[in-house]
Design a protein around this ligand. Structure first.
Ligand code: TRP
Length: 335
């Protein structure tokens, strides 16, 4: 297309307090930071998506959204390279969502595995049928609007989002067939190395497991978490051999020290290293690695004027592209 950069859209839904962890950083943010130089990039916080399960606590969603945005910027997303904004600041997402909802067969969204999982989770929590909303069923349709409103070519996502991206592609095709060609079919960019980060208890790092190291964690918090982290259960003495593949401390060390870990893993296997030594070294590496990110996010959240301004300008830039798309859409549909 006329020598312009291809368009990339990336987004994250705020969950819990909004603070992002090392799994989010390694699995998504780190790649986005590289991609911002290759694409015309739109990077947003999906705060409306949080309403699909948290409609009773909207004030928490607002705060969580700011935390996510601060973590985006602190991790290296550069507001002069990519538009950083909140979904709720760009009403075009909602208009396109409405129009797309009219051409979405119910069967398509009822079949999506994430819908069934969330529905079952809500009913297990005893929240009853009335917590499963029409909006939750439409989650992938709103996600499709997020993508198509920028006529995005590429969307970096994890494997768990593959079914949503499939809906987006099918809806783009269906719209184009019904009303004329407006949307490119968005491609999922699923990173080759999207292997997940091991959490402190040896399971996948996840907010819901309570096993995460957050970009906001202070040196004291990091030190406490690492001290209690899971290692090799059969390793009782320093001289017993370790199994670094199954040890949370060794796995995190591999991320924090990408060049030195091979040597230390050989020493672990040979029983030349103790877990205390590993934990101490890991703590130091994590503290140094995360310090600039934590300082930047803290500064952004304290000086809210700067963050508000970045988000305002990001939304302004996003709305230019989104408004162009909506013109094409309304034209195509004769409105
Ligand atoms: N569903 C994504 C998540 O759970 C968030 C999201 C919403 C998204 N809309 C999107 C991701 C559009 C990529 C593109 O994090």
């Amino acid at each position: 297309m006329n020598g312009e950069k291809r368009v990339l859209l990336s987004g994250m839904q705020p969950t819990g307090t909004g603070a992002l962890h090392l799994g989010n950083y390694m699995g998504a943010l780190r790649k986005w930071v590289q991609l911002q130089h290759e694409y015309e990039m739109f990077c947003f916080v999906a705060d409306w998506h949080s309403l699909t399960t948290r409609f009773q606590e909207t004030e928490k969603i607002a705060e969580a959204g700011r935390q996510v945005a601060a973590d985006f910027i602190a991790s290296g997303l550069d507001p002069s390279q990519c538009a950083i904004f909140l979904q709720s600041h760009v009403p075009e997402h909602a208009e396109l969502h409405l129009l797309l909802s009219m051409i979405t067969p119910i069967g398509w969204v009822e079949r999506v595995p994430t819908f069934k999982e969330k529905r079952d989770l809500l009913s297990e929590r005893g929240e009853g049928d009335e917590s499963v909303s029409y909006g939750l069923l439409g989650y992938p349709v709103l996600q499709t609007a997020d993508i198509l409103v920028y006529r995005a070519n590429s969307v970096p996502v994890g494997r768990d989002q593959a079914a949503h991206l499939e809906i987006s592609r099918e809806l783009a095709r269906r719209f184009n067939r019904l009303y004329g060609n407006v949307f490119p079919e968005p491609q999922a960019l699923i990173g080759e190395d999207s292997g997940s980060v091991m959490g402190l208890d040896g399971r996948k790092m996840s907010k819901s497991y309570g096993n995460a190291i957050y970009l906001s964690d202070t040196p004291e918090m990091i030190s406490d978490k690492v001290r209690n982290a899971f290692t090799t259960p059969a390793k009782m003495r320093k001289t017993d051999p370790g199994v670094p593949e199954q040890c949370a401390v060794c796995q995190l060390r591999r991320l924090a020290d990408p060049h030195g870990y091979m040597v230390s893993w050989e020493e672990d296997r040979a029983g030349e290293r103790g877990c205390m030594q590993n934990k101490k070294e890991l703590t130091e590496m994590l503290v140094e690695w995360l310090r600039p990110i934590r300082e930047r996010r803290t500064a952004l959240l304290e000086n809210t004027g700067e963050l508000d301004e970045v988000l305002r300008q990001g939304a302004e830039k996003a709305r230019i592209r989104a408004a162009e798309t909506m013109k094409l859409v309304r034209n195509a549909m004769h409105f």
